[in-house]
Design a protein around this ligand. Structure first.
Ligand SMILES: [Zn+2]
Ligand SMILES: [Zn+2]
Length: 298
């Protein structure tokens, strides 16, 4: 089965620390490599994690606060110098196209081919997966995203051999769930194929608690959420429009997700990050706080 691999390239809030770099999350399945946010220093985190940014296909930007986007000019410069010849699909909140154009004007030699979109709702869909964006509440236009990989019918190789089926359009029909006749024999799709269950990953970075957060996370296999503060700092969380660990767990519970991943920690928890995890677990047990370069597969 093709896995979804998630690499946490950076897990800090506003100021990076010794242990935590600014936010960037890499989500990969097959040839599709999606980077969510690109904080300062993301290029080196790519190196440390053994990933190559030239393989990127998409960049999803949650919002234009520095800790989420300061790595973009450097990343683009490297892509341009590496002869990046794909179209990078960029999605972000309103003003994203304008901001990217500004960057291109300032750093003239990093021109890469990019297609920028700013709409919300279902923002991309093909037969393999779809991406959804919903507005959050963070004082500046902000999106949370979900990536839903669809159920896929896969053919069993051993059975193809058994029936001596050649590589031809009939395989496509079987894969689409249709029954066929081959050498005078009826072959049922369900007998020679199996259903690979789809998976959903939701990413909610900076925001105050809001109902769209529950909506975008609904029934996710993994919800990645910011937990900048513990509940004891809830005044600060309200002032800066961030989630507490408590809020993140509440969203996970309401949205009936399978697993909650916490990231985007305030530097005040550098030496005692477990406070954040423990607090969330009181409401939502299957919670994990990630650190830089952690990898999760599902
Ligand atoms: Zn942030
Ligand atoms: Zn922010």
């Amino acid at each position: 089965m093709e896995q979804v691999k998630i690499t946490f390239l950076g897990t800090a809030n506003a100021v990076p620390t010794e242990k935590r770099n600014h936010t960037a999350i890499l989500v990969e399945k097959a040839d599709e490599r999606i980077l969510i946010d690109c904080g300062e220093g993301t290029q080196r985190q790519f190196k440390f994690s053994g990933n190559n940014p030239v393989k990127l296909t998409r960049l999803l930007i949650t919002h234009w606060h520095g800790d989420h986007v300061l790595g973009i000019p450097g990343l683009f410069q490297t892509l341009a110098m590496s002869g990046y010849n794909k179209t990078l699909r960029i999605h972000g909140p309103p003003n994203t196209a304008h901001n990217i154009q500004l960057m291109e004007r300032i750093f003239k030699d990093f021109k890469i081919i990019a297609e920028v979109k700013e709409n919300s709702g279902i923002v991309f869909e093909n037969s393999n997966f779809k991406i959804e964006a919903l507005p959050m509440n963070h004082g500046t236009p902000t999106y949370a995203y979900s990536i839903t990989y669809k159920d896929k019918r896969r053919l069993k190789k051993s059975k193809l051999k058994k029936y001596n089926l050649p590589n031809s359009p009939i395989l496509k029909e079987l894969q689409e769930g249709k029954d066929i006749v081959w050498n005078g024999k009826k072959i049922k799709s369900k007998d020679i194929s199996y259903l690979e269950k789809g998976r959903k990953v939701a990413v909610i970075l900076d925001t105050a608690f809001n109902e769209n957060a529950v909506k975008i996370a609904l029934n996710s296999d993994i919800l990645i959420a910011e937990a900048t503060f513990a509940k004891e700092e809830k005044q600060k969380a309200a002032e800066y429009k961030h989630l507490t660990a408590w809020d993140a767990a509440k969203i996970a519970k309401k949205a009936k997700v399978k697993k909650l991943i916490l990231t985007h920690l305030s530097q005040r928890y550098e030496h005692n990050p477990s406070i954040i995890e423990k607090e969330a677990r009181k409401i939502f047990k299957n919670t994990k706080l990630v650190k830089d370069l952690d990898v999760i597969s599902l």
